[in-house]
Design a protein around this ligand. Structure first.
Ligand code: HGY
Ligand code: MN
Ligand code: MN
Length: 399
């Protein structure tokens, strides 16, 4: 099976020797090496490569006629991420093409394997940037304002990587009739059910919000506690409040990223910036939870003599995948029907579904459920079951 050879090829690219995690940020050297690898694998299969001005690429198996079947995923990672989140979908798509050809299958419709750029938003802060630009969910004007943590603008980063950025819809999705993304599960639903493969029903609404806490810089030793206006304290109490809100509602709230200015050991900071990742069951409950966390933060700021402003940076509405398509793909398999499960993780599939393209997701069992971590894993046997499942799905859709 070509899967294992491709998986080994890709394994070392962008992996940290110290943590074993991946740093494949968009338009950086590791991610560009992954992209070059993808182009080689497409060429080796005679897939006709088409790229748009956003950095997205599709390898087309031109066969048959009519609307196409698109599969694929992303090659970029979060900071210090796992090996599977994204690349499993791309490698499995290429291996599924190989399997279909081994079976002598000839599609009645074109089949495309996509690699979408900056799905994680780990460099420019907006999740699924490539697929949002491709579908028009984000405008070129908004995207070109995005900068990374070093202040590098998106267009400059793309040009520095040798691309000729032409942001916007492009033609990659023209005539795409259906999209199926295979992805490692980022949770324990399948392992708890004893199932190797599952189908997605929905993606919870989620968002990323920047909390700017401002206070008064001062001496850490000579300033009495009651005389301080300490934004770190306001942040800490807000983080506790967010955690409590999510626990109470059974939803998700995470402050995973923080910057303190001047970040000195012996000074009360003047400013603390922290990013909240919030995920809720409905759009309304996401709005409600954000409002409550902001209210509690403002209340605390009032007591600390600090100030708080909250800025949404990336918001994704609830996604309900095509239920008929999900049911159709989930049934009649050797070993029984695949479970249809929800996820709290965002995906390019969510963006294409929101753009009106009939979309499905296949999940592959993750034995620990851990993701966005070097510890992310999947058994090779389950990965190969996933390739078979994707090949069966593509055969159903493009037969
Ligand atoms: O953050 C997410 O939900 C996804 O892994 N990009
Ligand atoms: Mn992903
Ligand atoms: Mn991810």
């Amino acid at each position: 099976m070509s899967f294992e050879r491709m998986w080994q090829d890709l394994g070392p690219v962008g992996r940290s020797a110290s943590s074993g995690g991946y740093f494949r940020q968009p338009f950086g050297s590791a991610e560009r090496e992954c992209h070059a690898w993808f182009l080689e694998e497409c060429a080796a299969r005679g897939l006709e490569v088409e790229s748009d001005g956003n950095g997205n690429t599709v390898g087309w198996w031109r066969a048959g006629s009519g609307s196409s079947v698109l599969t694929g995923s992303h090659l970029d990672s979060v900071l210090d991420g796992g090996a599977y989140d994204g690349p499993l979908g791309v490698v499995s798509s290429l291996a599924a093409i190989d399997l279909l050809r081994d079976r002598g299958f000839v599609p009645s419709r074109p089949i495309g394997v996509g690699a979408f750029v900056e799905e994680e938003g780990s460099r420019f802060g907006l999740a699924c940037l490539g697929s949002r630009l491709m579908t028009g969910a984000t405008t070129p004007e908004a995207a070109q304002e995005l900068r990374d943590r070093d202040g590098v603008h998106l267009l400059d980063a793309m040009a520095a990587a040798g691309l000729d950025p032409q942001l916007g819809r492009g033609t990659l999705l023209d005539d795409v009739g259906v999209f199926v993304e295979l992805h490692v599960e980022q949770g324990r639903d399948l392992v708890d059910r004893g199932a190797a493969v599952g189908v997605a029903s929905e993606i919870w609404p989620h968002g990323r919000f920047r909390f700017d806490f401002t206070g008064e810089a001062n001496h850490a030793g000579t300033t009495r506690m009651e005389d301080r206006h300490d934004p770190m304290l306001t942040y800490a109490m807000t983080a506790l409040a967010a955690n409590k809100q999510a626990r109470l509602s059974g939803e998700r709230a995470t402050f995973g990223r923080i910057e303190a200015v001047p970040n000195g050991t012996n000074a009360v900071p003047s400013r603390v910036t922290a990013w909240l990742d919030a995920r809720c069951e409905t759009d309304e409950s996401l709005t409600r939870m954000l409002a409550e966390i902001e209210r509690l933060g403002q209340d605390r700021a009032g007591r600390d003599g600090t100030a708080l402003s909250v800025t949404p940076e990336s918001v994704s509405a609830a996604v309900g995948f095509d239920a008929d398509l999900a049911r159709r793909l989930a049934v009649d398999h050797a070993g029984g029907d695949w479970p249809i499960i929800a996820t709290q993780a965002g995906h390019d599939a969510g963006v294409l579904s929101a753009a009106g393209i009939p979309t499905a997701m296949l999940f592959v069992r993750n034995p620990t459920g851990v993701s966005h971590s070097p510890a992310e894993s999947a058994e090779i046997a389950d990965c190969l079951v996933g390739v078979e499942a994707l090949a069966d799905t593509l055969e159903r859709l493009a037969g």
